[in-house]
Design a protein around this ligand. Structure first.
Ligand code: PBG
Length: 336
């Protein structure tokens, strides 16, 4: 009896058997598609560093969202670009900002679509940092918190379902929760970028969001890629401060962090499959070196397997298109 080594093999004989023992499933309802919104009308401008991604004006974004809903996607993440940048990132909290306008229009037209807004100042400040900077050239954490809380509130007022602070200032989840509650937005949720590493994988995003720091880097507020215990402390703090979902970012080089956080906290987890991860796949696919569909489904599956319930990915729309075209089967029978 070759019992121990033949049993797994017997269950791999055909797709039905493989499905019976499959541990991880991926569904479109778990994917979030990010969009970059800029002020203006009738704009859909390609982003060079992110092939297939665009800067959208709020009006054209509406048409795009109608399309992705038709494909079965149900959640989007919006990043805003301002009409002008300044030291304090003033436009981030303006009711007339591109994100605020887009959210109002989306919620009016598609109330069922889950709208998540990125809350950060880096695209809005002239220096490109995620918070405001004091006379000594350091990030002023507490002053930044006030502005971030105002920004989150302006998104909630526009109708955002979830606000997602990505700045990594200390105490921002509590500050945002408090200001939302004070103004009657108890039911607006917070997705915190809880463990956000100081990563080179954000390169293409910074080009897209025009948010590269003009001096210094983000290492004083983003995490050292060498640290996992610290990630657990950051995540724990954000849960205690009132986050409804916590995120690990980037995703692929940090699967161990996702896994450990899920096991430790048993809390809803999100993973951000960031711009650099997307750009690498696109570049290799364009060169004909990899099978993009298979790679994407394998990546998304790995994030689910690690413990992410929610996956933010620039591949969401294409994954939905592939699934619709029936090529989900290429992904080893993933149910999509
Ligand atoms: C803003 C922010 C960044 C990303 C999301 N929000 C970039 C950064 O911290 O420089 C990166 C997303 C991506 O790379 O896709 N703070």
């Amino acid at each position: 009896m070759k019992f121990p080594d033949t049993r797994p093999r017997r269950m791999r004989k055909n797709e039905s058997l493989r499905k019976l023992v499959r541990e991880t499933e991926l569904s479109l309802s778990q994917l979030v598609m990010p969009y970059f919104v800029k002020p203006g009308r009738n704009l859909k401008e390609p982003i060079e560093s992110l092939p297939g991604q665009f800067h959208w004006s709020p009006d054209l974004l509406l048409e795009e969202l109608e399309e992705i809903q038709g494909l079965g996607l149900a959640a989007v993440l919006l990043f805003g670009l301002p009409s002008r940048k300044d030291e304090g990132g003033t436009e981030a909290s303006s009711p007339e900002g591109s994100v605020q306008e887009a959210v109002r229009r989306i919620k009016k037209n598609f109330p069922e679509l889950a709208v998540i807004t990125d809350v950060c100042l880096c695209a809005y400040t002239s220096h490109g940092h995620c918070g405001v900077v004091n006379e000594r050239g350091e990030i002023d954490n507490d002053r930044s918190l006030e502005i971030l809380a105002q920004t989150a509130l302006s998104h909630a007022e526009a109708g955002a379902d979830i606000v997602a602070p990505s700045d990594m200032m200390d105490g921002r989840v509590r500050a945002i929760r408090r200001s939302l509650d004070q103004k009657g937005f108890e039911s607006t949720a917070i997705l915190s970028y809880a463990a956000k590493y100081a990563s080179a994988f954000y390169g293409p995003f910074r080009e897209a969001a025009h948010s590269t720091p003009q001096f210094g880097d983000r290492q004083s507020y983003q995490m050292d890629p060498a640290n996992r215990e610290e990630a657990m402390r950051e995540i724990q703090m954000d849960i205690e401060e009132g986050a409804d979902l916590v995120m690990v970012k980037p995703a692929l080089a940090y699967l161990d962090v996702i896994r450990e956080a899920k096991a430790r906290f048993q809390f809803p987890m999100a993973a951000y499959n960031v711009s650099g991860e997307y750009a690498m796949v696109k570049a290799a696919a364009q060169a004909g070196w990899i099978d993009e569909k298979k790679i994407v489904f394998e990546i998304l599956t790995s994030l689910r397997r690690a413990g992410a319930g929610v996956i933010l990915t620039y591949h969401a729309k294409e994954a939905a298109q592939w699934a619709k075209a029936g090529s989900g089967a290429l992904a080893g029978g993933l149910r999509l």
